[in-house]
Design a protein. Sequence first.
Length: 57
Amino acid sequence: MPIAPITGKLRKRLWLDLTTSLGLGISAAYGWCFLTLTSAERRQEEYYLKLERERAN
């Protein structure tokens, strides 16, 4: 009683792995970039506001 060959399994798994890894990678990169750049921009704006207030006084 031979077992039927499994065909197309690797191709389906490859597409699933590829799309999952790209989706998670892009999401993680966006989150890291958003958090990093937002905090850096906030610090920069606070610094420039401090300089402007010192100059006004």
